[in-house]
Design a protein around this ligand. Structure first.
Ligand SMILES: *Cc1c(COP(=O)(O)O)cnc(C)c1O
Length: 369
């Protein structure tokens, strides 16, 4: 076996990821990770932190601070329910990650109820309205884009309903939507909007960002303390000094700076969202021609398509062929949907050309015409 010592050789021979996280990371961003470390209690770090604030606020259309979590997305979900619920939490579930919100609440001893609908359907504003009318809840959890099913829930409309209740917080997992789909945090009334970087940001895993509203910070002061690591008031105290309470993942922060410059100044938000829409349409058209699409119409994700395996192909065999012959990879159905569905991610820095190439290769493997 020859020893590979050139990083570019390694990058060139890897399997290209068309999976809904982690996603492909551009070599330019990988290089940022090997930047010499900067100390997190220095002026240089403060500048980096302030830059990230400015650009993350632009990305999310918000005036709220955006906290940096040294954890995957699930950690920030845990922070949301342990800091944001005093009375009782309503967990809206129509997929595996909605279910995860509920499990997190249960395991942390946070009072909660699950409202579950069939996973191929979107959660509608009327359903939330009906649940909130009970007056039992002071927080609602929702997954914007459930990566397990490819359903894009109507976050804006649900936000309109929640806004009618002064004391109800809106906690949104936007993991596979943020940086690929437009999210207007302030306009839609989102109190916490979180996402890990390994999905549509197209960066390595390990850092999660989350906007946090004043209402949520006030609530967090009032709830019984449950966690030291995921303590929003403590994070806010350091945020005001443009720092984090714990040593943050500095390499990822440097890569995030580079990527935010690219997303906002170079590509532009509008162009980025349009590119995602175009890639999604391309995969949807292909899926309808040869297979079927899992979610109900009108709520298809712009970042990942969950395709029904109507032809009864072996998804693992398809993936094996993709890896061995073409050095690329898609995702099987999630959990119970394994082999009943498969998923193609079209998020991050993928191009329409990449997607067309992938579909052509799948057609070749499956002998589809
Ligand atoms: C990937 C994903 C998660 C979990 O993210 P981790 O970074 O693995 O903790 C949560 N929610 C959604 C919608 C996801 O796509």
């Amino acid at each position: 076996m020859p020893v590979i010592c050139n990083i570019m050789e390694v990058i060139n021979m890897h399997n290209k990821l068309f999976t809904p996280g982690p996603t492909e990371v551009r070599p330019e961003l990988l290089k940022e990770l090997s930047h010499p470390q900067i100390h997190h209690r220095t002026e240089e770090f403060v500048e980096l932190y302030d830059f990230l604030q400015l650009y993350l606020k632009k990305l999310l259309f918000t005036e709220n601070p955006v906290f940096i979590f040294s954890s995957s997305s699930t950690g920030a979900m845990e922070a949301a329910v342990t800091n944001g619920v005093k009375k009782r939490c309503l967990n809206l579930v129509n997929g595996a990650f909605g279910e995860r919100w509920h499990e997190i609440a249960v395991m942390n001893g946070v009072p909660c109820d699950k409202f579950e609908i069939p996973w191929d359907k979107a959660i509608k504003a009327e359903m939330v309205e009906e649940q909130l009318a009970s007056g039992k809840y002071d927080a609602v959890t929702l997954v914007s884009n459930d990566t397990s099913t490819g359903v894009l829930n109507p976050v804006k409309e649900i936000g309109e309903v929640i806004k009618k209740y002064d004391d109800v917080l809106f906690l949104v997992d936007a993991v596979s939507a943020m940086a690929g789909t437009e999210i207007r945090v302030d306009e839609w009334g989102i109190d916490m909007c979180l996402a890990g970087l390994q999905k549509a940001f197209a960066l390595p895993a390990g850092l999660t960002v989350a906007s946090v509203s004043e209402r949520l910070l006030k609530r967090a002061e009032e709830v019984e303390k449950r966690s030291y690591y995921f303590n929003l008031p403590l994070m806010y105290k350091y945020h005001k000094k443009s720092q984090t309470p714990v040593t943050p993942p500095i390499p990822q922060m440097l890569a995030l700076k580079k990527q935010l410059e690219y997303i906002i100044d170079k590509e532009g938000l509008e162009a980025r969202f349009k590119r995602h829409q175009e890639m999604a349409s391309c995969v949807q058209e292909w899926a309808l021609k040869y297979f079927d699409i899992y979610p109900e119409k009108g709520y298809w994700s712009q970042t990942v398509t969950c395709i029904v395996n109507t032809r009864g192909i072996s998804v693992s065999e398809l993936n094996k062929q993709l890896v061995e012959r073409y050095h690329c990879m898609i995702a099987d159905g999630y959990g119970e949907l394994k082999n009943k569905c498969f998923r193609i991610a079209h998020m991050g820095d993928m191009t329409l050309q990449d997607i067309k190439g992938l579909l052509a290769v799948i057609n070749d493997i499956l002998a589809l015409e």
